[in-house]
Write a protein that binds this ligand. Structure first.
Ligand SMILES: Cc1ncc(COP(=O)(O)O)c(C=O)c1O
Length: 404
């Protein structure tokens, strides 16, 4: 009765965590396992939603409103200093009801389960970093493709090296996911490596999908967008799509608002695909989103708060071997001896939920899971809560639990 490919999916990490942490926790449990920002979105979001309430009574256009697309194009040009004429608001931008669905759908868009089969009938390949945002692998598997997990480990600066993938796999590749800044490691790929990835995509004829939803949460330097390595002339945006979201940038995960931008052939196909199976973003949400993309004040305030939390982490956990301050995103990716064991202890002894790194990765060619000796801690709470939590984490992890 069911699609047999569903059996290829592992349980989602939060379900696995719920199974692992059965039983009572210490007092006042605190969730640091989920990347759900608890900063306040600007008050104007609620005001605009109320003002635009008549829009709930209308089917929204799949392509959004001209005002939304113009605000997004202006933001992209301003933030990433794009080549003039690179982005056409009407041809290169499509709203999404959060980026998760777009990241999932891009695999359905490019892999039909039969393309690019090798001489032995091997399926098309989707490249993804390991560890990774779980939607990438689910999307690849449900599209009938073979996910190829490319290590994104400490030795490589936590960045995947797609150029090192074996030639026969590259020839079968239809799609590569890149997360920049990366979840969970917070590594930022420089523009030069984004250029290498895009050149590879064009050489082998695959789509490069760059998930940039953490691009506005950074420490020192603003992370580049893959759009920056495209020139208006030559190949323009060919083979490239990037994904942006208001969930992290504007602390509005419940708004379900993001967009995909890039190659007009892909955006056009996306639009056709989504007119059958996508959720169009409602008009009041488009209006609030337009105002959010036009405003940087709230983004700067939120970024400053994340920086202050990483300052706390430096002070409280800086002495822990393996601790590092990530260049982007809001996660600590902390080396411990055994991630599952550390998560269990933090839950039992401190009532703090963190995610074992193994749940965000798959075993590599050597059979080892590159996330197994890590925990992911989401610094999404207010300063006082974060200080208390990090202090408890340092206490619980002190001594033998922390990797040497
Ligand atoms: C790496 C990454 N990409 C995409 C998303 C999806 O975000 P949204 O669907 O809220 O835009 C998340 C959310 O946690 C994420 O961590």
């Amino acid at each position: 009765m069911l699609n047999p490919r569903l059996d290829l999916l592992t349980d989602y990490p939060f379900q696995r965590l719920a199974n692992l942490l059965e039983g009572p926790a210490g007092d006042a449990p605190l969730v640091m396992s989920i990347g759900e920002p608890q900063h306040q979105p600007p008050a104007f979001v609620a005001e605009i939603l109320a003002r635009e309430a008549a829009g709930w009574g209308k089917y929204p256009p799949m392509g959004g409103t001209p005002a939304f697309r113009a605000a997004v194009a202006a933001w992209l040009n301003r933030r990433f200093r794009l080549a003039p004429g690179l982005i056409d608001a009407d041809r290169n931008i499509l709203p999404l009801a959060g980026t998760r669905e777009g990241l999932f759908q891009i695999a359905q868009l490019v892999a039909d389960g039969k393309q690019r089969t090798g001489p032995d009938g091997a399926p098309p390949v989707v490249l993804l970093p390991n560890p990774f945002y779980q939607v990438y692998a689910g999307a690849a598997l449900l599209a009938g493709a073979e996910p190829v997990f490319v290590p994104a480990v400490q030795e490589g600066g936590f960045l995947p090296d797609f150029a090192a993938v074996a030639e026969p796999l590259l020839q079968r590749t239809v799609l590569a996911y890149l997360c920049n800044p990366g979840n969970p490691q917070g590594a930022v790929a420089p523009a030069a490596s984004l250029g290498v990835c895009l050149a590879l995509a064009r050489r082998y004829g695959f789509v490069l999908a760059v998930d940039e939803c953490y691009s506005e949460i950074y420490d020192a330097e603003p992370p580049p967008s893959a759009l920056e390595v495209c020139a208006a002339e030559d190949d323009g945006l060919a083979n490239l799509v990037v994904f942006h979201s208001l969930s992290k940038r504007s602390s509005a995960p419940g708004l379900r608002s993001g967009f995909v931008a890039g190659d007009d052939r892909l955006i056009g196909a996306f639009s056709r695909f989504r007119s059958y199976g996508g959720a169009a973003v409602p008009l009041p949400i488009l209006a609030a989103s337009t105002a959010l993309w036009q405003d940087e004040t709230h983004v700067e305030a939120s970024r400053a708060l994340y920086r202050a939390k990483f300052d706390l982490a430096d002070a409280i956990l800086g002495h822990v071997p393996g601790y590092y301050r990530p260049a982007g995103g809001f996660f600590l990716w902390l080396a411990v001896a055994d991630g599952e064991q550390a998560a269990r202890r933090l839950w039992r002894e401190a009532g703090i939920r963190v995610l074992p790194g193994a749940y965000l990765a798959r075993p590599g060619a050597d059979g080892a899971n590159p996330g197994a000796s890590y925990i992911r801690i989401a610094l999404v709470h207010d300063l006082a809560t974060t200080r208390r939590a990090l202090t408890r984490i340092a206490e619980v992890l002190s001594g033998r639990e922390v990797a040497a």
